[in-house]
Ligand binder design. Structure first.
Ligand SMILES: [Zn+2]
Length: 109
């Protein structure tokens, strides 16, 4: 796993980052060690999902990300460029089944 603060690889089971000393989250899910991907979710997006993706990746409120973007757009004008770059660079999330949908049954033998 990797330190959330400095990105250094942390030995599995270590509680603190050897580089910056940040307390590491102990991951006990079956997906432990899975790399967190920055993607643009297909649900909840307003334009292209860039703000939504950044918010999910950083565990921020999506509204906060949108406010920051609007401030950047109105302030320096760099927000539009940043958004367009994010739109191009950040991949879309994988398709997921709608809630309540059963996965297809395995093929009959
Ligand atoms: Zn660290």
């Amino acid at each position: 796993m990797f330190c959330a603060k400095c990105g250094t690889q942390v030995p599995a089971g270590a509680r603190y980052c050897p580089t910056c000393g940040m307390l590491q989250e102990i991951q006990e899910t079956p997906y432990a060690g899975r790399v967190k991907r920055l993607v643009r979710p297909r649900e909840g997006r307003m334009i292209a999902g860039v703000c939504q993706g950044i918010a999910q990746y950083q565990n921020w409120d999506v509204t906060l990300v949108r406010i920051i973007l609007v401030v950047l757009v109105l302030g320096a004008g760099t927000g539009i460029l940043a958004y367009l770059i994010g739109w191009v660079v950040i991949p879309e999330a994988d398709y997921s089944l709608p809630p309540g949908t059963m996965p297809p049954p395995p093929p009959a033998a």
